[in-house]
Design a binder for this molecule. Structure first.
Ligand SMILES: NC(=O)c1ccc[n+]([C@@H]2O[C@H](COP(=O)([O-])OP(=O)(O)OC[C@H]3O[C@@H](n4cnc5c(N)ncnc54)[C@H](OP(=O)(O)O)[C@@H]3O)[C@@H](O)[C@H]2O)c1
Length: 421
């Protein structure tokens, strides 16, 4: 439970970046100073002051305090962690800038949530800090943005519905990335590049990317699930073709970690996969082939040192560049989660839809991280756990869907019937 006697309730750390600014804007627009005490943090005082002035315009936030520090300076991070109940951090790549903050938060008993999709780094924090975070009863919650809230909370919605309605969980969950539009930031691509860089150098990172259960607790890192789809495939639950999803490596592992952390309520045989649906017939097969081929070529290029550094230098935008608030306001996304189970010998299908009329990676992500921070601060969770290095579903669960629905997201769940399911 968050320590509510701190100077601040929530600090947005990395507020001068593309995602951090949107999180700060969201929280100051959505909540007034009587609901939550906010501060913004980063390393550049001039930019933070300019942001504080912008946040004051048209809101009741006349004076947003600033916290200065550096992600590479442990003393400044300890001070930051001691000043607040919750840190929402967007300082990435997390592989480079995240570890010292996690350590400082556990040391101060400060709850923490982030936007990382860097599986290698999540594995590092699981191995290094999970036991200490449990001991300190501190919540370290990874992947509270588009990676991996829709997949993880969508699966939690499906499984709660299945257990309440049919008395058993679904044994198979498929996550379909159906629709979406928005740009991408330099910060996200820098983190993506860092993932390939680490995989090239570190055998543990390579094992993490190869093993579908690599984010499970030590000793539980195997199971029946073969892991991510790599080729075009006729879908087993819907009458159409599917291609691999670029987010599957993180989202699937986060969902499996949720199941493990919660004590396997979805079963030891539970399987989950995330794909991009591409339609029926020849056209669907050709599109799936093109998506799989493009993704394969890009991954192959990023795996070769000189090509990787060329792409990072000349193709990716610089950190700090990315879609504007206006652009993310025009974006949208839809993720559908289908679960299949068997009750009394009869197959059933449950369907959740998770979506929003904001771009997935920034407009919607800022709201997801902001609301995850509010859940930690207000202790708004259905989790049986009391701390650890956690996932959104294991730490917060369906209350996060309720909060997101209340601020304009779609988060529905029902039994799926009719042709094709
Ligand atoms: N899960 C998702 O769906 C999702 C979506 C969006 C982003 N992300 C992730 O979120 C992270 C941020 O993305 P972004 O596009 O916002 O990146 P960005 O624009 O580059 O912002 C990075 C922030 O980190 C700060 N920073 C960098 N080095 C620092 C240091 N040594 N000490 C203190 N602060 C430091 C920057 O400060 P300055 O302004 O002073 O440079 C900036 O505020 C990335 O890892 C990205 O992959 C994830």
């Amino acid at each position: 439970m968050a320590d509510t006697d701190r100077q601040y309730d929530i600090v947005v750390w990395g507020a001068t970046g593309v995602a951090g600014r949107l999180v700060a804007e969201y929280l100051t627009e959505q909540y007034d100073p009587s609901a939550v005490t906010l501060a913004i943090g980063g390393r550049n005082e001039t930019r933070l002051k300019a942001l504080a002035a912008d946040l004051a315009e048209g809101t009741e936030w006349t004076d947003v305090p600033i916290i200065l520090g550096d992600a590479t300076d442990p003393a400044s991070l300890r001070e930051l962690a001691a000043s607040t109940a919750v840190v929402c951090t967007t300082v990435g790549p997390y592989t480079t800038y995240g570890t010292l903050l996690v350590e400082a938060c556990i040391g101060a008993g400060t709850d923490y949530c982030d936007l990382t999709g860097e599986v290698n780094w999540i594995r590092e924090t699981v191995d290094q800090f999970h036991d200490a975070a449990v001991e300190a009863e501190t919540w370290i919650v990874h992947s509270c943005g588009f990676d991996s809230v829709p997949a993880d909370i969508g699966t939690a919605l499906v499984q709660s519905f299945a257990r309440e309605t049919f008395g058993v969980p679904c044994d198979t969950v498929r996550i379909y990335v159906e629709d979406g539009s928005e740009g991408v930031s330099g910060g996200t691509l820098a983190s993506f590049g860092e993932l390939f860089e680490t995989a090239a150098e570190d055998p543990v990172a390579r094992e993490t990317l190869a093993n579908p259960y690599s984010l499970a607790p030590p000793g539980e890192r195997d199971g029946v699930d073969p892991g991510q789809q790599r080729w075009p495939k006729q879908d087993p639950l819907r009458d159409e073709w599917t291609a691999p999803s670029p987010m599957a490596p993180v989202n699937e592992r986060i969902v499996r970690r949720s199941n493990a952390l919660l004590g396997y309520p979805w079963g030891r045989e539970f399987r989950c996969s995330e794909v991009v649906p591409t339609g029926r017939g020849l056209r669907g097969a050709a599109t799936a082939g093109a998506v799989a081929g493009g993704l394969g070529l890009f991954s192959a290029a990023m795996s070769v040192g000189p090509l990787r550094s060329g792409i990072r230098t000349y193709v990716f935008p610089d950190p700090g560049e990315g879609p504007t608030s206006e652009e993310t306001d025009q974006g949208y996304f839809t993720i559908r989660v289908l679960g299949r189970g068997t009750a009394d010998g009869n197959r059933f299908t449950v369907e959740a839809e998770f979506g929003a009329d904001w771009g997935p990676g920034y407009g919607a992500t800022a709201r997801m991280l902001g609301e995850a921070g509010m859940c930690l601060y207000e202790d708004d969770t259905d989790s049986p756990l009391s701390g650890g290095v956690l996932t959104p579903a294991a730490a917060i669960g369906t209350p996060l869907a309720d909060r997101l629905r209340a601020v304009g997201f779609t988060a529905t769940v029902s039994e799926a019937t009719g042709p094709g399911v």
